[in-house]
Ligand binder design. Sequence first.
Ligand SMILES: [Fe+2]
Length: 340
Amino acid sequence: MNIKKYLLIAVLAVLPFLAGAQNGPVSAKIVCGPYLQNVTTDSFTVMWITDVDAVAWVEIAPNNEENFYYNDRPKYYDMRGHGLKPIGKIHKVTVDGLKPGTSYRYRVMMTAVQDYHNNYNIAYGKGSGAPAYKVNLPKATTLNEDYSEVKFAVVNDVHAKDSLLRKLFEDKKKNKEFDFVVFNGDMTSDLAYSDKIVRHYLKPASDLFANETPLYMARGNHEYRGKDALKLSEYFDFPEHGPYYTFKYGKFLFLVMDSGEDKVDNDIENQGRLCSEPYLDQEAKWLKGVVESDDWKNAERRIVFSHIPPQVKNAWHGNLNMSQKFLPILNNAGVDLMLS
Ligand SMILES: [Fe+2]
């Protein structure tokens, strides 16, 4: 080996270190969000997505003239780790112990995690978050104890046309009139990769309304499709155990159904991946409990969101499932409105 080869090897060996020194510590950037989930009378959940792994927290301040930097603000962490701060790109932080009907300024904060190969040596990057001295922080408002009226928007079957979604919600001032927005299924045509959830649901929503207006998701048949379909629930904070749940605005009770696929589980197009019949049976059992609950009985208005309607001419199996498994329970339960 001659001296030139030695020099080349030496330069190649040093290059990565030089590159690292030039770039410095990594800082996590927000690629989507923040967006509000699951707002109650005393809590709200903030979610956002970063470009690199990070640990995250949310800081809040009263919605008044006081400078955000006036004092140390309460910090809320992502509690999915049962006491360990999760390291990842999808962040989910619930802020609780709040007063009803009250607005709070909030900012999402994170510290990038560059390396965690060694159990006792996490290499953190830089901390980052909105510079509260030069941006207007978003506000989250807890629910009132009661409402004389509730205003919401429902949209479904957008099927990946996020330009249409952006058009529908282009008036940011008008969006603020809504108490919440529901995506009632089939916002894309498949979840082949999870970035579709960002691109077709959460990015348009958070850019246009969801940083201050809660977003609820009802699963459509197309959200059953694609390799990353199982990841849907990672991107939402469903109020109960998954994609079917209830939530209340005072005397208004909202029921969000998971209406399943449109074809039978064994249809060739479902590729042997579905076991939705027993899952929908579990949902029906849960629904019986819901309509017998005090919350349901005491509600003055009961409104149902379901992607697939229960009965139509030329019914597909999805319609049949709705008619057979859920309609008998809902028919005598005093539903005021069903949106499908
Ligand atoms: Fe559909």
